[in-house]
Design a protein around this ligand. Structure first.
Ligand code: C5P
Length: 297
Protein backbone atom coordinates (compact mmCIF):
# COMPACT_ATOMS: atom_id res chain seq x y z
CA UNK A 1 0.00 0.00 0.00
CA UNK A 2 1.27 3.49 -0.90
CA UNK A 3 0.12 7.02 -0.11
CA UNK A 4 0.71 9.93 -2.52
CA UNK A 5 0.48 13.58 -1.52
CA UNK A 6 0.54 16.59 -3.85
CA UNK A 7 2.15 19.79 -2.48
CA UNK A 8 2.27 23.28 -4.06
CA UNK A 9 5.11 25.73 -4.60
CA UNK A 10 4.90 29.23 -3.15
CA UNK A 11 5.76 32.77 -4.05
CA UNK A 12 6.28 35.44 -1.40
CA UNK A 13 4.11 38.40 -2.35
CA UNK A 14 5.63 40.33 0.55
CA UNK A 15 8.89 39.32 2.16
CA UNK A 16 9.73 41.95 4.78
CA UNK A 17 13.01 41.07 6.49
CA UNK A 18 14.01 42.47 9.87
CA UNK A 19 17.32 42.36 11.68
CA UNK A 20 19.22 39.16 12.47
CA UNK A 21 18.13 37.53 15.76
CA UNK A 22 20.29 35.91 18.45
CA UNK A 23 19.55 32.47 16.92
CA UNK A 24 20.83 33.62 13.52
CA UNK A 25 17.38 33.76 11.92
CA UNK A 26 15.69 36.95 10.74
CA UNK A 27 12.33 38.22 11.93
CA UNK A 28 9.95 38.26 9.00
CA UNK A 29 6.60 39.51 7.83
CA UNK A 30 6.26 36.91 5.13
CA UNK A 31 3.11 36.81 3.00
CA UNK A 32 3.03 33.42 1.30
CA UNK A 33 0.85 32.59 -1.70
CA UNK A 34 0.66 28.95 -2.83
CA UNK A 35 0.90 28.55 -6.62
CA UNK A 36 -0.17 25.69 -8.86
CA UNK A 37 3.18 24.00 -9.48
CA UNK A 38 3.38 20.75 -7.53
CA UNK A 39 5.70 18.05 -6.26
CA UNK A 40 4.17 14.62 -5.61
CA UNK A 41 5.49 12.55 -2.72
CA UNK A 42 4.73 8.84 -2.51
CA UNK A 43 5.54 6.75 0.57
CA UNK A 44 5.58 2.94 0.47
CA UNK A 45 6.43 0.51 3.28
CA UNK A 46 10.04 -0.76 2.86
CA UNK A 47 12.86 -2.44 4.83
CA UNK A 48 14.43 0.88 5.80
CA UNK A 49 14.10 4.63 5.17
CA UNK A 50 15.17 5.43 1.61
CA UNK A 51 14.56 8.34 -0.78
CA UNK A 52 14.43 8.55 -4.57
CA UNK A 53 13.66 11.50 -6.83
CA UNK A 54 12.60 12.02 -10.45
CA UNK A 55 11.83 15.07 -12.59
CA UNK A 56 13.73 18.26 -13.59
CA UNK A 57 16.71 18.94 -11.31
CA UNK A 58 16.34 15.57 -9.54
CA UNK A 59 20.13 15.05 -9.70
CA UNK A 60 20.57 18.05 -7.34
CA UNK A 61 18.23 16.66 -4.67
CA UNK A 62 20.00 14.94 -1.74
CA UNK A 63 18.80 11.37 -1.21
CA UNK A 64 20.23 10.99 2.30
CA UNK A 65 18.85 11.94 5.71
CA UNK A 66 19.42 15.65 5.00
CA UNK A 67 16.43 15.56 2.63
CA UNK A 68 13.54 17.27 4.43
CA UNK A 69 11.20 14.44 3.35
CA UNK A 70 13.39 11.87 5.14
CA UNK A 71 13.66 14.11 8.20
CA UNK A 72 9.88 14.54 8.25
CA UNK A 73 9.40 10.75 8.31
CA UNK A 74 12.00 10.41 11.10
CA UNK A 75 10.50 13.18 13.27
CA UNK A 76 6.95 11.83 12.93
CA UNK A 77 8.09 8.26 13.61
CA UNK A 78 10.10 9.33 16.69
CA UNK A 79 7.12 11.22 18.11
CA UNK A 80 4.77 8.23 17.74
CA UNK A 81 7.24 5.40 18.47
CA UNK A 82 7.10 4.02 14.91
CA UNK A 83 9.92 2.48 12.84
CA UNK A 84 10.29 4.89 9.86
CA UNK A 85 10.76 2.03 7.39
CA UNK A 86 9.40 3.64 4.22
CA UNK A 87 10.55 4.37 0.74
CA UNK A 88 9.87 8.01 -0.17
CA UNK A 89 9.66 8.89 -3.84
CA UNK A 90 9.67 12.57 -4.81
CA UNK A 91 8.33 13.42 -8.25
CA UNK A 92 9.64 16.97 -8.68
CA UNK A 93 8.07 19.73 -10.68
CA UNK A 94 8.92 22.65 -8.36
CA UNK A 95 12.29 24.22 -9.34
CA UNK A 96 15.10 22.86 -7.12
CA UNK A 97 16.81 25.53 -4.92
CA UNK A 98 14.65 28.07 -6.76
CA UNK A 99 13.15 30.12 -3.93
CA UNK A 100 9.76 28.43 -4.36
CA UNK A 101 9.90 26.20 -1.26
CA UNK A 102 10.40 22.95 -3.19
CA UNK A 103 12.36 21.31 -0.37
CA UNK A 104 9.81 22.52 2.17
CA UNK A 105 7.00 21.11 0.02
CA UNK A 106 8.68 17.70 0.06
CA UNK A 107 9.00 17.85 3.86
CA UNK A 108 5.33 18.73 4.33
CA UNK A 109 4.24 16.17 1.73
CA UNK A 110 6.23 13.31 3.25
CA UNK A 111 4.91 14.22 6.70
CA UNK A 112 1.27 14.10 5.57
CA UNK A 113 1.85 10.91 3.54
CA UNK A 114 3.57 9.07 6.43
CA UNK A 115 0.90 10.28 8.82
CA UNK A 116 -1.77 8.70 6.60
CA UNK A 117 0.25 5.52 5.97
CA UNK A 118 0.87 4.97 9.69
CA UNK A 119 -2.61 6.17 10.79
CA UNK A 120 -1.03 8.08 13.68
CA UNK A 121 -4.15 10.18 14.30
CA UNK A 122 -1.81 13.13 14.97
CA UNK A 123 -3.68 16.39 15.59
CA UNK A 124 -3.10 19.07 12.96
CA UNK A 125 -1.22 21.18 15.57
CA UNK A 126 1.34 18.37 16.06
CA UNK A 127 1.90 18.16 12.30
CA UNK A 128 2.37 21.93 12.15
CA UNK A 129 4.87 21.74 15.06
CA UNK A 130 6.91 19.12 13.23
CA UNK A 131 6.74 21.27 10.07
CA UNK A 132 8.15 24.25 12.00
CA UNK A 133 11.01 22.04 13.30
CA UNK A 134 11.78 21.03 9.71
CA UNK A 135 12.10 24.60 8.41
CA UNK A 136 10.60 28.07 8.43
CA UNK A 137 8.58 27.61 5.20
CA UNK A 138 7.37 24.05 5.82
CA UNK A 139 4.17 24.88 7.80
CA UNK A 140 2.95 26.97 4.87
CA UNK A 141 3.50 24.09 2.43
CA UNK A 142 1.10 22.04 4.54
CA UNK A 143 -1.51 24.81 4.78
CA UNK A 144 -1.40 26.36 1.27
CA UNK A 145 -3.73 29.14 0.09
CA UNK A 146 -2.33 32.40 1.42
CA UNK A 147 -0.96 33.17 4.86
CA UNK A 148 1.09 35.68 6.79
CA UNK A 149 4.13 34.11 8.43
CA UNK A 150 5.69 35.91 11.38
CA UNK A 151 8.56 35.00 13.70
CA UNK A 152 11.05 33.33 11.35
CA UNK A 153 8.06 32.77 9.02
CA UNK A 154 6.68 29.66 10.72
CA UNK A 155 3.85 31.25 12.75
CA UNK A 156 0.95 31.40 10.30
CA UNK A 157 -2.23 33.44 10.03
CA UNK A 158 -4.42 32.29 7.15
CA UNK A 159 -5.37 35.12 4.76
CA UNK A 160 -8.50 35.44 2.60
CA UNK A 161 -7.97 35.65 -1.19
CA UNK A 162 -10.77 37.10 -3.35
CA UNK A 163 -9.80 35.87 -6.81
CA UNK A 164 -7.41 33.95 -9.03
CA UNK A 165 -3.98 35.45 -9.79
CA UNK A 166 -2.07 34.51 -12.95
CA UNK A 167 1.69 34.15 -12.58
CA UNK A 168 4.67 33.33 -14.74
CA UNK A 169 7.83 31.89 -13.19
CA UNK A 170 11.16 32.15 -14.97
CA UNK A 171 13.38 29.34 -13.76
CA UNK A 172 17.06 30.31 -13.74
CA UNK A 173 20.03 28.11 -14.53
CA UNK A 174 21.29 26.65 -11.22
CA UNK A 175 20.04 27.43 -7.70
CA UNK A 176 20.78 29.95 -4.95
CA UNK A 177 21.41 28.94 -1.35
CA UNK A 178 18.90 30.54 1.03
CA UNK A 179 21.49 31.00 3.85
CA UNK A 180 23.87 32.65 1.35
CA UNK A 181 21.16 35.12 0.28
CA UNK A 182 20.39 36.00 3.92
CA UNK A 183 24.14 36.47 4.56
CA UNK A 184 24.28 38.83 1.57
CA UNK A 185 21.25 40.69 3.00
CA UNK A 186 23.20 41.10 6.28
CA UNK A 187 26.29 42.28 4.39
CA UNK A 188 24.26 44.87 2.44
CA UNK A 189 22.72 46.11 5.73
CA UNK A 190 25.94 46.16 7.74
CA UNK A 191 25.76 49.08 10.17
CA UNK A 192 22.15 49.86 9.16
CA UNK A 193 19.34 49.81 11.72
CA UNK A 194 16.85 47.44 10.01
CA UNK A 195 13.27 48.31 11.07
CA UNK A 196 10.93 45.58 12.38
CA UNK A 197 9.09 43.86 9.51
CA UNK A 198 5.40 44.72 9.11
CA UNK A 199 2.77 43.25 6.75
CA UNK A 200 1.52 45.84 4.24
CA UNK A 201 -2.21 46.66 4.68
CA UNK A 202 -2.41 47.56 0.96
CA UNK A 203 -1.06 44.14 0.01
CA UNK A 204 -3.44 42.28 2.33
CA UNK A 205 -6.32 44.30 0.83
CA UNK A 206 -5.21 43.44 -2.71
CA UNK A 207 -5.24 39.72 -1.84
CA UNK A 208 -8.65 40.04 -0.20
CA UNK A 209 -10.18 41.79 -3.21
CA UNK A 210 -8.38 39.63 -5.78
CA UNK A 211 -7.26 42.72 -7.74
CA UNK A 212 -4.07 41.95 -9.73
CA UNK A 213 -3.28 45.63 -10.38
CA UNK A 214 -3.41 46.44 -6.68
CA UNK A 215 -1.37 43.34 -5.82
CA UNK A 216 1.23 44.28 -8.45
CA UNK A 217 1.62 47.73 -6.89
CA UNK A 218 2.17 46.23 -3.43
CA UNK A 219 4.58 43.34 -4.22
CA UNK A 220 7.86 43.64 -2.31
CA UNK A 221 10.78 41.33 -1.55
CA UNK A 222 13.48 42.64 0.79
CA UNK A 223 15.75 39.75 -0.28
CA UNK A 224 15.68 40.89 -3.92
CA UNK A 225 18.71 43.25 -3.71
CA UNK A 226 20.72 40.44 -2.07
CA UNK A 227 19.68 37.89 -4.72
CA UNK A 228 20.49 40.39 -7.51
CA UNK A 229 23.83 41.15 -5.91
CA UNK A 230 24.71 37.42 -6.05
CA UNK A 231 23.13 36.91 -9.51
CA UNK A 232 23.19 40.26 -11.40
CA UNK A 233 21.87 38.60 -14.60
CA UNK A 234 18.46 38.20 -12.95
CA UNK A 235 17.90 41.92 -13.65
CA UNK A 236 17.74 41.06 -17.40
CA UNK A 237 15.07 38.42 -16.74
CA UNK A 238 13.03 40.86 -14.63
CA UNK A 239 13.24 43.53 -17.35
CA UNK A 240 12.29 41.06 -20.10
CA UNK A 241 9.11 40.04 -18.26
CA UNK A 242 8.17 43.63 -17.48
CA UNK A 243 8.70 44.66 -21.13
CA UNK A 244 6.48 41.73 -22.15
CA UNK A 245 3.58 43.24 -20.21
CA UNK A 246 3.86 41.85 -16.68
CA UNK A 247 2.05 44.03 -14.13
CA UNK A 248 5.01 43.52 -11.81
CA UNK A 249 8.15 41.41 -11.55
CA UNK A 250 10.09 40.26 -8.51
CA UNK A 251 12.52 37.63 -7.31
CA UNK A 252 10.66 34.69 -5.73
CA UNK A 253 11.78 34.31 -2.11
CA UNK A 254 15.57 33.95 -2.01
CA UNK A 255 15.66 33.31 -5.79
CA UNK A 256 16.90 32.70 -8.38
CA UNK A 257 13.41 32.02 -9.79
CA UNK A 258 11.77 35.29 -10.87
CA UNK A 259 8.00 35.80 -10.67
CA UNK A 260 5.77 37.89 -12.95
CA UNK A 261 2.18 38.84 -12.18
CA UNK A 262 -0.04 38.97 -15.28
CA UNK A 263 -3.42 40.62 -15.74
CA UNK A 264 -5.02 37.40 -17.03
CA UNK A 265 -4.26 33.92 -18.37
CA UNK A 266 -3.65 35.14 -21.96
CA UNK A 267 -1.14 37.75 -20.81
CA UNK A 268 0.62 35.11 -18.69
CA UNK A 269 0.98 32.85 -21.74
CA UNK A 270 2.49 35.69 -23.80
CA UNK A 271 4.91 36.70 -21.05
CA UNK A 272 6.04 33.08 -20.69
CA UNK A 273 6.63 32.80 -24.47
CA UNK A 274 8.66 36.02 -24.53
CA UNK A 275 10.75 34.90 -21.54
CA UNK A 276 11.41 31.51 -23.13
CA UNK A 277 12.48 33.09 -26.43
CA UNK A 278 14.69 35.68 -24.71
CA UNK A 279 17.33 33.27 -23.45
CA UNK A 280 17.34 35.07 -20.08
CA UNK A 281 16.05 31.98 -18.23
CA UNK A 282 16.20 28.20 -18.43
CA UNK A 283 12.46 27.75 -18.68
CA UNK A 284 9.24 29.64 -17.99
CA UNK A 285 6.10 28.25 -16.37
CA UNK A 286 2.61 29.64 -15.92
CA UNK A 287 0.68 28.90 -12.73
CA UNK A 288 -2.46 30.10 -10.99
CA UNK A 289 -2.80 31.09 -7.36
CA UNK A 290 -3.98 30.43 -4.75
CA UNK A 291 -3.41 26.67 -4.75
CA UNK A 292 -4.49 24.26 -2.01
CA UNK A 293 -1.95 23.00 0.55
CA UNK A 294 -0.64 19.44 0.84
CA UNK A 295 -3.41 17.07 -0.32
CA UNK A 296 -3.64 13.28 -0.22
CA UNK A 297 -4.41 11.99 -3.75
O1 C5P B 1 14.26 27.58 8.34
P1 C5P B 1 15.11 27.09 7.21
O2 C5P B 1 16.00 25.97 7.62
O3 C5P B 1 14.33 26.78 5.98
O4 C5P B 1 16.03 28.32 6.84
C1 C5P B 1 17.13 28.15 5.96
C2 C5P B 1 18.12 29.25 6.23
O5 C5P B 1 17.58 30.50 5.82
C3 C5P B 1 18.50 29.45 7.66
O6 C5P B 1 19.57 28.62 8.03
C4 C5P B 1 18.91 30.92 7.70
O7 C5P B 1 20.20 31.10 7.19
C5 C5P B 1 17.95 31.54 6.70
N1 C5P B 1 16.74 32.11 7.32
C6 C5P B 1 16.84 33.27 8.08
N2 C5P B 1 15.72 33.81 8.64
C7 C5P B 1 14.52 33.25 8.46
C8 C5P B 1 14.38 32.07 7.70
C9 C5P B 1 15.53 31.52 7.14
O8 C5P B 1 17.94 33.82 8.24
N3 C5P B 1 13.45 33.80 9.02
Amino acid sequence: MSVTVRVPAKVNVQLAVGGVRDDGYHDLANVFLAVGLYDEITVTPADSLTVSCSGPGADQVPLDRTNLAARAAELLAARYGIDPAVHIHIDKDIPVAGGMAGGSADGAGALLACDALWSTGAPREDLLDICADLGSDVPFSLVGGAALGTGRGERLTVLPVGGTFHWVFAVAEGGLSTPAVYREFDRLHDGVDVPPPVASPLLLDALRTGDPGALAAALVNDLQPAALSLRPALADTLRTGTDAGALAALVSGSGPTTAFLAKDADAAGQIAETLLASGTCRTARVAEAPAPGATIL
